[in-house]
Design a protein around this ligand. Sequence first.
Ligand code: PLP
Ligand code: COI
Length: 363
Amino acid sequence: MTSAPFAPTVETNPAARTDAEREAILASPGFGNHFTDHMFLAEWTPEQGWHDARVVPYGPLQLDPATAVLHYAQEIFEGLKAYAWADGSVRVFRAEENAARLQRSAHRLALPELPQDWFLGSVDALVAADRAWVPEGGETSLYLRPFMFASEAFLGVRPSQHVTYCVIASPAGAYFPGGVKPVSIWLSTQYSRAGAGGTGAAKCGGNYAASLLPQQEAAQHGCQQVAFLDSTEQRWIEELGGMNLYFVQSDGSIVTPELSGSILEGITRESILTIARDLGHDVVERRVSIDEWREGTADGTITEVFACGTAAVVTPVGVLKWDGGEAVAGDGEAGKITMDVRSALVDLQYGRAEDRHGWMRRI
Ligand code: PLP
Ligand code: COI
């Protein structure tokens, strides 16, 4: 069934926060704590395709206890940011890539694909309704969280015949409190995030549920993030719970684990392939073993390690720990190449550098 043309209705929130309330939140937003005054919703059924696009006041969703997502986790999501530029415009970074990834995730989770114009239109409509919530100054942004879930009330295990798509927005400062400081990483040897043929490359809630216990284990060992290896050989580095990884080598080249089918295809990761090449580095996608991480940091072949993602931007990795040992790249502080890549990325996102690749969509 083809979907209706994208033409959302807009219902203004009569209980919107006052200017003073909003300003107080924007002064120190943190990450994921506060939500704007509106949200976007649309529905899908086999008969009607995508329909009923609407911007409505932000608020609770009422779900029947038998709603399929609550039982079988048929759910996918995205994450992207809108930035306030000095010229007064608001831009989103590579939203077309998020639209495409949501379609790939939908395919894997047997959910209906959302047309690209609906995805971009939903982002535009919500940001336009909540323009006042896009923070200005520093490294702040409006984090957008589009998600889609099985909303049919039915306990049989089959793809849902009613699906809801929603976008919420949250003003965001740094993901890691403390700003750009190296993070510590725990190597998960007991648990995997995803397996061959599984859902690792899809951005589905279940992957994150599977990462929470190892994330707790990381915290017990004093680490902020957890690194996962491939589930078959427990040898090849995949990624962190919510970020991809990069390794800077002593010859200035940069390596990132190749896409294995169980790694999330990060848009920041993909952008850094280009940005680092623009900065003159050789960039290689290949398998990286955990021994290479340990030995390379010990013998100086690996000089810097960093993590990247929409929420985390580019974050230096200080130490990797495991039962009985640890590996520190360089002096454990943020490396020069890491910070150069980071600056090139954020300068582009905030309009301080030329958008050579046409990545910033004006809303
Ligand atoms: N890997 C995982 C598991 C993630 O959740 C994320 C965050 O979205 C990333 C990598 C980075 O992806 P992106 O750069 O598209 O935000
Ligand atoms: C993002 O970077 O958008 C994510 O989804 C990662 C999550 C840890 C917040």
